[in-house]
Design a binder for this molecule. Structure first.
Ligand SMILES: C[S@@+](CC[C@H](N)C(=O)[O-])C[C@H]1O[C@@H](n2cnc3c(N)ncnc32)[C@H](O)[C@@H]1O
Length: 256
């Protein structure tokens, strides 16, 4: 499997229902390897039954082992299902309190070394960062609500401790497309939280990857709309060259 110069990485073609995890994990591990880092954190915010976290752990072990990068996989959830929505920004016409409860013993039995942290992300995210984990390289955001996503940003993406991040952190937002009746826009939900994050920060931006759908064809799909990168512009390693070729030239071809 390889990240590659263009076209979809092999892993993406195999990942069927989990393209966002495959792309996020590959991006995180490739960047960590290029920077010579021994380990990277990959996180799932919003775990519910745990199908995503189980797949994330499987992919992270596979990809990390192939690159000599250890992956710390951690899922965060309340465990008790969705909390009450705060207001219209949480899109209560799509989600209700108590949706997506977890069967914790069942999920724990399916996980290997992946961590499962239960509680409100505002607290558990801050505690995780304070524990000095490996730099965060990929976060899958699936907390549904604007309020929960904003709280997660404040807890996990806004620290001044730059060692806690890769210079570019892949971030997947699951609730940007959805079924017809969800009608996501920049005025509610995850997209509103992203817009406000970008207004709050001059040197840290959440941005889509321009033209991603062309790079990953034929596995283009709704997941592409949700794939962003946290650019940490003031990260001490942000400007470091990361391609394997030490030199790149386009010499004029001899047509004679
Ligand atoms: C749609 S589910 C996640 C689905 C999961 N990613 C999967 O692959 O099946 C959303 C989850 O976000 C969790 N959640 C919402 N707000 C939260 C908060 N403030 N703190 C922690 N978890 C929260 C809920 O408990 C719920 O399980």
């Amino acid at each position: 499997m390889s990240w590659g110069e263009s076209g979809p990485p092999d892993l993406l073609l195999e990942a069927v229902d989990f393209h966002q995890y495959a792309y996020g994990v590959l991006g995180a591990v490739e960047l960590a390897a290029a920077l010579g880092l021994p380990a990277v954190s990959v996180l799932e915010l919003g775990v519910a039954g745990g199908n995503g976290l189980v797949e994330l752990e499987r992919l992270a072990i596979d990809v990390g082992a192939g690159r000599g990068v250890a992956t710390r996989v951690v899922g965060f959830d309340l465990g008790t299902g969705m909390p009450p929505p705060v207001d219209h920004r949480d899109v209560p016409y799509a989600w209700r309190q108590g949706f997506f409860r977890m069967d914790e013993p069942l999920l724990q039995a399916r996980l290997g070394n992946a961590g499962l942290v239960l509680g409100d992300i505002a607290q558990t995210g801050a505690d995780f960062l304070a524990s000095a984990p490996p730099p965060i390289g990929f976060v899958s955001f699936d907390l549904d609500y604007y309020s929960s996503t904003s709280a997660a940003f404040k807890a996990l993406l806004e620290s001044d401790d730059l060692d806690r991040y890769l210079p570019r952190v892949l971030c997947y937002f699951d609730d940007t497309v959805g079924p017809h009746a969800e009608m996501h826009s920049e005025y509610t939900g995850e997209l509103l939280a992203i817009g406000e994050f970008n207004e709050r920060h001059q040197r840290r931006k959440l941005a889509r990857i321009n033209g991603l759908r062309h790079k990953v064809a034929p596995v283009d799909g709704p997941w592409v709309e949700g794939m962003f990168v946290l650019h940490v512009f003031d990260h001490p390693r942000y400007n470091e060259y990361v391609f394997p070729e030490p030199d790149r030239q386009f010499p004029l071809e001899d047509k004679a």
